[in-house]
Write a protein that binds this ligand. Structure first.
Ligand code: BG6
Length: 484
């Protein structure tokens, strides 16, 4: 049953992810009434020996800005903090997880809304190296054992493995402890408003249905840019690099939703089936369709080795071997320390055949979905330049969310995904076979980079990245359109 006691356990409670994302998302859910104080208890678990209050104080500043907060907000915050308890223990100790179980059980006994049922959600805000031992401990000592109903669910974060082999090994280890419907592999891009809109856009609009194919679309770009570097995360980042950090997961998930076929229905399994199919149709990546970069100054970070070969920028062309997309390049591009912060999808259409206006040079039709910042969708199109002359110009049909949905607040990705986990909806989570197919695409390239066979080109922080990436984009067919 989806009612009854709910215990949310945040493992790695004093870490960065928990403070910056998990607890704020839980607080937002609480504020909106999705977590009811008579049902819910939140447990922080980590190695550090601190008290309940110390944990509360550590996260408080991430939840609201005390200076600007209204008295109602402050009151909500203290009610929320009261729900949090802290348990300290190591990630492989029976003792710690038995203690956690005891605390959860006490909480369940004290709240008897639906007697005997127990919903236990374990959020692993932890490095993946401890996933197997933590999952084993949860399985053995802390999961729901009530035969009156309820459930145990595990939320895991990326990086889920480093390549195909390590990811499969991790999947097998966790798969021996929990069933697939209990495992929620988070990719927070799937919680973003405009990513969630992709299926609606594609399959609920007559406009797009006949156009979304190789006959009309020339090329597609999926781009992620950040205007800051690794910002104190150099140690982590250097082990993974931009392909594992952003492209293999976030951009590839977006790619799936742009390129997949229509699912049989909205049942999560049907959607995930289609994502797997399109991933399996991706052809091997060619070295000449890859540009890697590393920003100058990256190696100055003391946690980054002097000789690091890790890319902080990559442009990779994916090609799909199927009836809809053969010949259409999908250019996935991501970079740190670039000139702006932006994530967008850019679908560029082919030239109009028999161009009587001779306006080809002005640019092509483009459909752009800006995921962030300032969510928007716009179509770049050719119109008559207003006035007496019959000349043409580029203009836009613009749906900017800030304008069109004024006053509507767009939920944070984590908020939505945690709520989905509580509700048991796996649509926006990555299934095991999907993860495997994603690693299959990138593993050969990653191994070539790891072996030093491919080297990143240097680029200036604050630039567009290596010029070679623009050349690759042009080679893939992209025509720069002016006027926007
Ligand atoms: C994380 C990456 O998954 O996504 C970070 O590890 C990156 O390197 C972040 O900064 C970007 O997320 P968003 O939601 O700010 O685009």
């Amino acid at each position: 049953p989806e009612t009854g006691c709910l215990s949310i356990v945040v493992l790695g409670a004093s870490g960065d992810l928990a403070k910056k994302k998990t607890f704020p998302a839980l607080f937002n859910l609480f504020r909106q009434g999705f977590l009811q104080p008579d049902e819910v208890h939140i447990f922080g678990y980590a190695r550090t020996k601190i008290s309940d209050d110390e944990l509360r104080n550590r996260i408080r500043g991430y939840l609201i800005n005390d200076k600007n907060a209204s008295p109602e907000q402050v009151e909500k915050l203290s009610k929320f903090l009261e729900l949090i308890k802290y348990v300290s223990g190591s990630y492989d100790s029976e003792e710690g997880f038995r203690l956690l179980d005891k605390e959860i059980s006490e909480h369940e006994l004290s709240k008897n809304s639906v007697e005997g049922t127990s919903r236990r959600l374990f959020y692993l805000a932890l490095p993946p190296s401890v996933y197997p031992s933590v999952c084993k401990m949860i399985r053995n000592f802390s999961m729901n054992k009530s035969d009156l109903g309820g459930w145990t669910r595990i939320v895991v974060e990326k990086p889920f493995g480093k390549d195909l082999e390590s990811a499969e090994q991790l999947s097998t280890q966790i798969g021996e402890l929990f069933e697939e419907p209990q495992i929620y592999r988070i990719d927070h891009y799937l919680g973003k408003e405009l990513v969630q809109n992709l299926l609606v856009l594609r399959f609920a609009n007559r406009f797009f249905l006949p156009l979304w194919n190789r006959d009309n679309i020339d090329n597609v770009q999926i781009v992620f840019r950040e205007d800051f570097g690794t910002d104190g995360r150099g140690g982590y980042f250097d082990e993974y690099g931009i392909i594992r950090d952003i492209i293999q997961n976030h951009l590839l998930q977006v790619f799936c939703l742009v390129a997949m076929e229509k699912p049989v229905s909205l049942k999560p399994e049907y959607i995930r089936d289609e994502k797997v199919k399109v991933l399996q149709s991706v052809l091997p990546i060619k070295d000449e369709e890859v540009v890697l970069g590393q920003y100058e100054g990256y190696r100055d970070d003391p946690t980054v080795p002097d000789q690091s070969n890790t890319p902080t920028f990559a442009t990779v062309v994916l090609r799909i071997h199927n009836e809809r997309w053969e010949g259409v390049p999908f250019v996935l591009k991501a970079g740190k320390a670039l000139n702006s912060r932006k994530a967008e999808i850019r679908v560029q259409f082919k030239d109009v055949p028999g161009d009587i206006f001779k306006c080809k040079k002005q640019g092509r039709n483009e459909f752009v979905i800006r995921l962030q910042p300032s969510e928007a969708m716009y179509m770049k199109l050719t119109v008559k330049q207003p006035g007496l002359e019959m000349s043409t110009a580029q203009s836009e049909l613009d749906l900017s969310y800030g304008q069109r949905y004024q006053g509507v607040s767009i939920p944070e990705a984590y908020e939505r995904l945690i709520l989905d986990t509580i509700r048991g909806d796996q649509q926006h989570f990555v299934r095991r076979d999907e993860l495997k197919a994603a690693w299959e695409i990138f593993t050969p390239l990653l191994h070539r980079i790891d072996d030093g066979k491919m080297k990143p080109l240097p680029y200036q922080p604050g630039s567009r990245g290596p010029a070679e990436a623009d050349a690759l984009l042009a080679k893939a067919g992209y025509v720069q359109t002016h006027g926007y």
